[in-house]
Write a protein that binds this ligand. Structure first.
Ligand code: ATP
Ligand code: MG
Length: 242
């Protein structure tokens, strides 16, 4: 054991492979192809935080918040209960993509293509909840899609976001997928601290899934792929404890 304060991922047994959990307050890129379970991982991460009384923010850039709530419910998390008690904020970064569309959500990104608008919504949520907690951007890749080739503003926004998350002690997951080009991925990995990849492979015509922890600060982590399955109960590690 070490002196680093760690939080459980919410993916049972994964913590055993990463020194007991994720160092509190750091930022991690969670990367993988569509359908590999990134959102599922993120929901389990948030569910764990809420069960431990932490503040949680889910920045939803891909699906409507009501569909996210359904996904949460399927994974045994009742979001309404935590939203009503000001422990969970779901930020709607989707409704504003359609010009003139309205949203009944309390936290809405007015213009999801505008980084200031995104930053403001996140800062409002942090202010309401207070310091210390967990934050997910699902997905950072969707934000980046609007900035092909001209990354300066996006990088500045992301760096500021990371510093603010660290200062306010929010442990953060930035979700990415293969829509991001190699150059941007390299920059993102340079400015973030951790990198976890969900890998899908066909072995003898069977789909196999693995979690690969490439980099996790302050942590001696497993250096080889950790097998998992994706099902009703979400992500489950299929290898025994270390
Ligand atoms: N309740 C469930 N029961 C069984 N399988 C499920 C369930 N929910 C999701 N899945 C499986 O998990 C996969 C998607 O998981 P998830 O949404 O976490 O992936 P993702 O990596 O976030 O995908 P995307 O890149 O499209 O956002 C689905 O393709 C489905 O096969
Ligand atoms: Mg997803």
């Amino acid at each position: 054991m070490d002196d680093i304060e760690r939080i459980n991922t919410g993916v049972s047994n994964l913590d055993d492979f990463i020194g007991g959990g994720i160092p509190r307050g750091i930022d991690i890129v969670l990367h993988g192809e569509p359908g590999c379970g990134k959102t599922t991982f993120a929901i389990q991460f948030i569910r764990e935080g809420l069960r431990n009384g932490e503040n949680c923010i889910f920045v939803e850039m891909d699906i409507l918040p009501r569909d996210l709530r359904t996904k949460m419910q399927l994974l045994g998390l009742d979001p309404g209960q935590y939203e009503n008690s000001d422990k969970l904020v779901i930020i709607d970064g989707v409704s504003g993509k359609r010009l003139g569309a309205s949203s009944n959500e309390k936290f809405v990104i007015k213009d999801p293509r505008d980084l200031n608008s995104i930053a403001k919504a996140i800062s409002d949520a942090r202010q309401m909840l207070g310091t210390g907690g967990r934050l997910v951007i699902d997905s950072w890749a969707s934000i980046a899609l609007n900035f092909h080739a001209e990354y300066r503003g996006l990088i500045r926004f992301t760096e500021a976001f990371i510093v603010e998350s660290r200062n306010s002690n929010y442990t953060t997951l930035l979700i990415t997928d293969f829509s991001i080009d190699d150059k941007l991925m390299k920059i993102l990995r340079h400015i973030t601290s951790g990198f976890i990849e969900l890998i899908t492979k066909f072995e003898s015509n069977v789909k196999r899934r693995y979690i690969m922890v490439h980099n996790l600060p302050f942590t001696f982590h497993r250096e080889t792929p950790i097998p998992y399955t994706l099902g009703n109960a979400g992500i489950r590690i299929t290898e025994g404890r270390l």
